[in-house]
Design a protein around this ligand. Sequence first.
Ligand code: ZN
Length: 301
Amino acid sequence: MKTVTTESGIIYEFNKTNPYVIKVPSGTTMKIETYDCFQNQIQTPETEVGRIDWDKINPATGPIFVEDAMPGDILKVTIEKIEIGKQGVMVVGPNLGVMGHKIERMESKILPIKDDKIHFNDIELPLNKMIGVIGVAPEENGVNCGTPGAHGGSMDNKMITEGAILYFPVFAEGALFALGDLHAAMGDGEVSVSGVEVAGEVTVKLDVLKGDRLSHPMLENEVVFTQIVSAETLDEAAKLATSEMIERIVEKTGLPLSEITMLMSAAGHSEICQIVDPLMTARFVVPKWLLKELECTLINE
Ligand code: ZN
């Protein structure tokens, strides 16, 4: 299997001017190694988190040039496997996250990971291995890897896990795909500003789709289809994710907007991804059984 390591190349900004580290044909399955979001700078409880190099934050491994991907296409990313290291790290700090106004100094905590459990002091937390930063080059200027957008990036969406399929709009030739910022677990909101940050390796399959268009990323797993949108406020993000999904279903089925809106109000879900990055991220979630009832294919391959 093709492998890209952190030594092959990392980026701190998604940008169509970034040189690619590898060129692969559509349909390639490959392994991507990632640092944690602190570029592995916090390995012991003694590390002074205020003294790490804050220019080395949120590295994503890549970018990967996917042959045949052209602006207007869709990049389909199937997340086949997420393997993580033996310990994670969390931080809090002044002006970081929801409680940053009350927190007086930077603190970090190392969390050992053993037997599929995360050890937080004496408390065992369940694993929910996920990818915080994943995306393609944006349409216009570069976007730092800590900020989400229509290109993906720091969506910090706990549904981006093993078995999920992401669909990204392609804005640049080759798509220039990259990922990083793995979490051993994270709750909706990512309220402290960090998940259980961890280094690891992700196996993905990359496919270029020519049969449809997207304006923001979508995610599919075994049971649901979701629309993901980031915006200045959570209100805007949630409303836009909802309206994009409803309008897409209307377009795909030809059914009346009023009917689909009622159905989504009855059985769809407006949910928070994260509320701590420079833009907020929300998702609108539709169960697949309902799409089947509607005979609706959301993305034509
Ligand atoms: Zn993270």
